[in-house]
Design a protein around this ligand. Structure first.
Ligand code: NCD
Length: 290
């Protein structure tokens, strides 16, 4: 809640013509992305630069990892340059926690494999609060590749903590066996979820994490048929808003008409992401208040 409150200031700040303040002047922040990313990496970069920090992007294909250096060696080497924050995206689950135990800098998990993506969840919580007023009692349906999604796991933790109700929806093969132990319910019926929810959060089908690809369901076309949000759903159930962490596969998770509909807050999520990350960087780096 403190992070969400702190983020509000930056929403106003980011609408100013001069979007730069030097509260993190002299701080050194590394963006260490070992996986493809456009929005999360640039969102952190914009956030750090607007606060006046020096941000270094480490391009992984140029790093010594390719010369056989282990990841922890790379991290302790960077740590010896006295950075303040390391922002890490990596395909291995739990890696940012491990790194945080061997460096002095603060470590932000920007997505570790299929495990967690906490800053995405925080920006999602912020966006839901913005459209729904409160998270207490808010009904959130999360639809798609639950099995391989780090976004969903962080969202469940945050949503439940702040009193929202969560229903997960997707093909049986993409719902992990013990997920209800996180306090959520599961539905295999998209229409039922859309009739019930205040917010429908669609998740990308993570083909890159699904081994051979379509072994979890017969085809993307069939997936879209059963679990894609369509214009007809917007008409039938006029109450729900649409979210997606991006990148969207138009025609798979949702029809283009849905993604571009005024009830979709997908671009607000991106805008809010910068503010939330500014708040997080400020809180971690101990800068002066704005
Ligand atoms: C998500 C991610 O990388 O985990 N995207 C993001 O951070 N904006 C979701 C995804 O890749 O589908």
């Amino acid at each position: 809640e403190h992070i969400l409150d702190e983020s509000k200031k930056y929403i106003t700040f980011n609408k100013r013509k001069i979007k730069k303040i030097n509260i993190l002047e002299g701080r050194t922040i590394f963006n260490l992305f070992f996986e493809d990313s456009t929005r999360t990496r640039t969102s952190f970069e914009v956030a750090a630069k607007r606060l006046g920090a020096d941000l270094i992007n480490v391009v992984v294909k140029d790093s010594s990892i390719n010369k056989g250096e282990t990841l922890l060696d790379t991290m302790t080497t960077i740590n010896s340059m006295n950075p303040d924050v390391l922002i890490v995206r990596h395909p291995e689950e739990g890696i940012s926690k491990k790194i945080s135990e061997s460096v002095d800098a603060s470590v932000i998990n920007a997505g570790d494999g299929s495990h967690e993506h906490p800053t995405q969840a925080l920006l999602d919580l912020f966006t839901i609060q913005q459209v729904h007023g409160s998270l207490e009692g808010c009904k959130v349906a999360i639809i798609g590749d639950i099995m391989h999604s780090r976004v969903v796991r962080s969202n469940i933790i945050g949503l439940k903590k702040l009193g929202a109700e969560v229903v997960l929806c997707g093909p049986k093969t993409l719902i992990p066996k013990f997920i209800t132990e996180m306090g959520v319910t599961v539905s295999y019926d998209l229409e039922e979820c859309l009739a019930w929810c205040d917010v429908a959060m669609a998740l990308r089908i993570q083909l890159e994490r699904q081994g051979k690809g379509t072994e979890f369901f017969p085809s993307l076309r069939e997936y879209h048929e059963k679990f894609g949000i369509k214009a007809k759903h917007l008409e039938a159930y006029p109450q729900f808003k649409i979210m997606h962490p991006g990148p969207i596969n138009r025609g798979v998770e949702m029809e283009s008409l849905v993604a571009d509909n005024e009830r979709a807050v997908i671009l607000d999520q991106v805008t809010n992401g910068v503010a939330v990350r500014m708040a997080i960087l400020y809180l971690l780096s101990g800068g002066t208040r704005i």
